[in-house]
Design a protein around this ligand. Structure first.
Ligand code: FES
Ligand code: FE2
Length: 346
């Protein structure tokens, strides 16, 4: 696997619903994987390459819990060990393929491509509201973006773009001049701003029955390297006295879990969790229609930037105030990747 992404981290591989009793090929960090579900329902991911003649195992057959290569029938168990070589009883010790730790959470199968001994599922982003009966979670799409995953991560540490890119859904001009604030830790960045006493954004105007102006917020919670959860919402102006009481308003967590496919492609697995209309599946669809518009706006600009970066690799960029959080994000990821180099995967 080659990529600029750290290996010792959890990444979303795909939606849980895509991991079935059929072999399916996925790409992560520039490498190919075959994923399936065991008879007991446990997800499995192996390198998609037979160690004999390098045939993709995804072209083979699932036999019970094992994968039979489609070329000469070598068969591999979920732990990657070869358990059968047709025509011979001796199985060499090196007849195995890498098998990766997986964990299911929030409707996704997460994969740890690094040192298996460090694969602690408690490191996966945790959003307690996802399982809270007072909230409702709705899975969205897997949006393929022809851009390096860090350019998407930039976008997800950057509330300021919303005032310009998403005017029909998530933003309006009232926020243009409001600076963003941020804090950071060793593993992530939190970026936020409040827009006080302003017109509601189009998306919330549909659901809020607001009497007039609102106070609204964006908190972008980025956890390196691939999780970004945007807490945003609105309440009638001056109602929320303490920022920690945001649950009094209409509140949505827009979750983006990024799969770095390779250097130039990523997949944004997005879902949302909300505290209103929690029994109304119709609202899932209406909100997702808005999110699709907004996230495709991000996709379009990010793909254009990626193309420009490839066409003009030496182009200089200037830094402005809103870049503080994305820069911090990149330093955190670089440190994680340097940690991989210091302690190579087994
Ligand atoms: S290539 Fe897989 S068994 Fe020969
Ligand atoms: Fe955006």
């Amino acid at each position: 696997m080659t990529s600029n992404a750290p290996r010792n981290a959890w990444y979303p591989l795909t939606w849980s619903r895509n991991v079935t009793r059929s072999l399916a090929r996925h790409r992560l960090l520039g490498g190919d994987l075959v994923a399936y579900r065991s008879e007991a329902g446990v997800p499995v991911a192996l390198d998609d390459m037979c160690p004999h003649r390098l045939a993709p195992l995804s072209m083979g057959k699932l036999k019970g819990d094992a994968v039979e290569c489609g070329y000469h029938g070598m068969t591999f168990a979920p732990n990657g060990r070869c358990v059968r070589i047709p025509g011979q009883s001796m199985i060499p010790a090196n007849a195995r393929v890498p098998s990766y730790p997986l964990h299911e959470k929030m409707g996704l199968v997460w994969i740890w491509p690094g040192d298996p001994d460090r694969a602690d599922p408690s490191l996966i982003y945790d959003l307690p509201q996802y399982n809270d009966p007072g909230w409702h979670a709705a899975h969205g799409d897997a949006l393929r973006i022809e851009a390096n995953y860090l350019n998407l991560a930039d976008n997800l540490c950057d509330p300021a773009h919303v005032s310009f890119v998403h005017l029909s859904t998530l933003g309006n001009a009232a926020s243009e001049e409001i600076p963003v604030e941020h804090t950071f830790s060793d593993s992530g960045v939190l970026v936020w701003r409040w827009i006080k006493d302003a017109l509601p954004i189009p998306l919330f105007a549909k659901y809020g029955n607001f009497r007039g102006n609102v106070d609204r917020w964006h908190y972008y919670d980025y956890a390196a390297p691939c999780s970004a959860v945007i807490d945003f919402g609105s309440a009638d102006a001056h109602v929320i006295k303490n920022p920690e009481d945001r649950g009094q308003g209409l509140r949505i967590f827009a979750c983006h879990f990024i799969t770095p496919v390779d250097e130039h492609v990523c997949i944004d697995h997005w879902l949302h969790v909300r505290n209103f209309a929690i029994d109304d599946a119709d609202v899932d669809q209406r909100l997702h229609a808005d999110f699709r518009i907004a996230f495709n706006e991000d996709k379009e600009i990010l793909e254009r930037i990626e193309a420009m970066e490839r066409a003009r690799p030496n182009a200089k960029r200037i830094r402005i105030g809103i870049d503080a959080a994305p820069q911090r994000m990149r330093r955190i990821v670089e440190r994680m990747a340097a940690g991989d180099a210091a302690a190579p995967a087994a």
